[in-house]
Design a protein around this ligand. Structure first.
Ligand code: SME
Length: 165
């Protein structure tokens, strides 16, 4: 596949249009790194968010993985920020105003709202997806559903090869 097709009018439809295309990418490549890289490229192209990237569990912390957007913090302790909260609670974090989130890590002052989705391998968080917007309350329940569906594909096709790298 050399490009993705995006014809959907609504956000929910866009997620449904992306899902089989992302699955097709994962089915033809077995390496975790190119798959995560293309996953964030597709999300950036589809939604034009400010920052989209993975933080990978390594050395008892979250370490920056493939991303699209400005320079970001490279290491995040499990106890810190929205990414740390997603790791610790094992639940998706939907944060409409990051300035109101205790312990938020401002890698960039431009980020105003974000979603962080944990990705599991054998019941443990293997990585998190972090999406950030310069607009307040940019994300809603449709993003949570859509991103969790995409992360279910990452769990199935990509997380095992990351953990067993
Ligand atoms: N805001 C995140 C840190 C990562 S970046 O914004 C790219 C957090 O609080 O976990």
């Amino acid at each position: 596949m050399e490009s993705i097709t995006l014809t959907a009018a609504t956000k929910a439809e866009k997620y449904q249009e992306l899902l089989p295309q992302i699955e097709a990418l994962f089915q033809v490549e077995s390496l975790w790194l190119p798959n995560l890289a293309n996953c964030v490229a597709v999300l950036k192209e589809a939604f034009q968010w400010y920052w989209v990237g993975f933080y990978l569990v390594q050395d008892e912390q979250l370490v920056l993985g493939p991303f699209q957007g400005p320079l970001a913090c490279t290491r995040i302790p499990f106890s810190k920020g929205v990414c740390g909260a997603a790791y610790t609670t094992q639940q998706t974090q939907l944060v409409p105003d990051v300035n109101q989130f205790p312990g938020h890590i401002a890698c960039s002052a431009s980020s105003q709202s974000e979603v962080v989705v944990p990705v599991f391998y054998q019941g443990k968080v293997a990585m998190v997806l972090d999406v950030d917007s310069e607009h307040l309350a940019h994300y809603d329940a449709e993003d949570v559903v859509g991103l969790e569906q995409i992360m279910a594909l990452v769990e199935k096709y990509v997380a095992p090869s990351y953990i067993n790298r």
